[in-house]
Design a protein around this ligand. Sequence first.
Ligand code: RB5
Length: 181
Amino acid sequence: MDDEVIVMDNGAVIALACDHGGFELMSEIKAYLGDRGLKFADFGTYSSDRCDYPDFARRATDAIISGQCAAGILVCGTGVGMSIAANRVPGIRAALCGDCYTAELTRRHNDANVLALGGRVLGSGLALKIVETFLDTGFEGGRHGERIAMLDANRSAADTGLRVNSASSAEQVWPVAMTKM
Ligand code: RB5
């Protein structure tokens, strides 16, 4: 991928989900996405009342796997529970990020389609910078694509009956379009 990219909204929808530990940060993420004109679907939770993160992770990952959403951002207290929940779903590649370098590289090398964040770990300034980096970085493909294919090939036979978005990484729509200058 070239260093310079033009970023614009291409209409794809970002799936959002959080639990009570991520509720506050998620409000800031929604405001950020709104300011950028990026479309999102909010799968809850909708208050700071205690709830169970696996329920909300599932709603967001279902929307990605079905093709309703192109990517997701999940927030719980540490981001760990959400990332574990998301990564149990075939076709989801969730990255728990606490810095922009990881957010950039997980897009370039892992084609991560879900960003997990810790609402009780990160300040909102850093968290929003991580979101920006994640959304604005493209996948490099090549040998990294081959490795992702290996991940999919490693899936157990028991998974084969599950619904999986069969589009290759190259075909999938990313919420932010990138045009090489
Ligand atoms: C909720 O207290 C907390 O356990 C949850 O938000 C998350 O951090 C789990 O990984």
